[in-house]
Design a protein around this ligand. Structure first.
Ligand code: SF4
Ligand code: SF4
Length: 100
């Protein structure tokens, strides 16, 4: 969701896998396979929805609550529920891999 979009701060937070526990979204430390973790840029940005069916549009990501609270796409939305940022992302990553 980063790259050429004007508002994006390129934090790449939304491009890490998430887990849902009891209806709450948690970040993991597992980046999308297409994320360049050095630049925080998507390596397939132009074709991301074709090449990665799991990549969400801004609208989908907003509805599902995958953006952090300070992301410009959601920070002005009242009652937006952001993922937890105070979790152990490595532990969440283990849970994510167990789900597969
Ligand atoms: S969370 Fe928001 S600012 Fe950060 S990369 Fe995703 S779209 Fe960009
Ligand atoms: S394909 Fe992966 S790295 Fe690219 S925008 Fe989507 S989630 Fe982020």
């Amino acid at each position: 969701m980063k790259g050429g979009e004007d508002k994006c701060l390129r934090c790449a937070r939304c491009c890490y896998a998430k887990v849902i526990l009891d209806g709450e979204v948690y970040y993991t430390d597992i980046p999308c396979e297409f994320l360049d973790v050095k630049t925080n840029l998507c390596r397939i940005y132009e074709d991301r929805f074709e090449k990665n069916p799991e990549c969400l549009s801004i609208e989908e990501g907003t509805r599902l609550g995958v953006f952090p609270a300070d992301c410009p796409y959601v920070r002005d939305i009242k009652r937006y529920k952001a993922p937890h940022t105070d979790c152990d992302t490595a532990e969440m990553g283990r849970l994510y891999l167990e789900e597969d």
